[in-house]
Unconditional design. Structure first.
Length: 295
């Protein structure tokens, strides 16, 4: 008699097969940030997921944040983190520190990928002119070297993918006169996904996904069309950090990204569970005429 657990493993692999076939050689952008970056075990779990995607035929690109680590280092050197409307006020010393910290995070992720036998290259938005930016304000208030992306030049990403590298991008860009800017990682991931015409954009966050009622975890929505998302936002139930994230999702879908996933990066192997199983564990956002995985 064959062990039931072995049969269950086979069923899982078979369930993943159509997704592997469908997305073979397609680009997927993974925005990695939040609490999942603070736990070394979770961090390695996420990287293993992305490496597996690469090895089964996907073309992943990681765009990472590092806000918690930046805040930690700002305090460590005796400075006080300041935020306006959820945006970090970034003066020149903070910008210098943010760039150093983000590059440190970047190379640690490269190291993890390389340990798993996959070639990775860490770049910032400065490299190859990937991310051009201009100074961003909040309600007309100057908040320093915080960047709004004005242009994406994806050539360096295409070159790396063609040579079988896994690109890992930290969200630093510069303007026409080469001033450096710290860019929100969600914004950077969305801009990169649009520029490379990604098949999927996956946000690893600190929430399970999108809820009809944020106060009731049982109202998690597994699939959401653009029309349903507009209705949800219009109903006033979405607030906090989720609102700009959903606006980014909407922008990505309208710009040709076929599907956007929002999932809880604190759940081990959330990326694999969301992408390779019929129902997933987060929220998948698709165009109004997009193919639904289930009814």
């Amino acid at each position: 008699m064959v062990d039931e657990k072995i049969l269950e493993k086979a069923e899982v692999l078979i369930e993943a097969l159509p997704y592997i076939q469908r997305f073979n050689r397609k680009i997927i952008v993974v925005k990695y940030g939040g609490s999942a970056m603070a736990d070394e075990n979770l961090k390695f779990s996420v990287i293993k997921d992305v490496v597996l995607l690469k090895l089964v035929g996907f073309k992943p690109i990681i765009v990472h944040g590092g806000g918690k680590e930046i805040s930690r280092w700002v305090k460590k050197v005796g400075m006080e983190p300041k935020f306006v409307g959820g945006l970090r006020v970034t003066d020149e010393p903070t910008m210098e520190l943010a760039e150093m910290v983000l590059n440190k995070v970047n190379k640690s992720l490269v190291q993890m990928v390389m340990q798993l036998g996959v070639k990775a290259v860490g770049i910032s938005g400065k490299d190859g002119g990937l991310l051009k930016a201009e100074r961003k304000t909040h309600n007309g208030q100057d908040i320093g070297y915080v960047g709004e992306i004005t242009q994406v030049n994806p050539k360096i990403l295409y070159d790396l993918l063609e040579k079988d590298f896994l690109p890992i991008v930290c969200p630093i860009g510069f303007d026409d006169v080469c001033n450096s800017y710290n860019i929100n990682a969600d914004d950077a991931a969305c801009a990169v996904a649009k520029a490379v015409k990604a098949e999927k954009l996956a946000f690893l966050t600190d929430v399970e996904g999108v809820y009809k009622d944020p106060a009731d975890p049982s109202t998690l929505i597994s699939e959401l069309s653009l029309a349903q998302m507009e209705e949800l936002i219009g109903g006033g139930n979405i607030g906090g950090g989720m609102l700009p994230k959903l606006n980014n999702c909407m922008d990505a879908i309208q710009s040709g990204v076929s599907r956007v996933h929002i999932m809880d990066g604190r759940i081990p192997h959330c990326l694999l569970l969301e992408i390779f199983t019929n129902r997933g564990i987060g929220t998948a956002i698709l165009n109004n005429d997009g193919e639904r995985y289930f009814v």
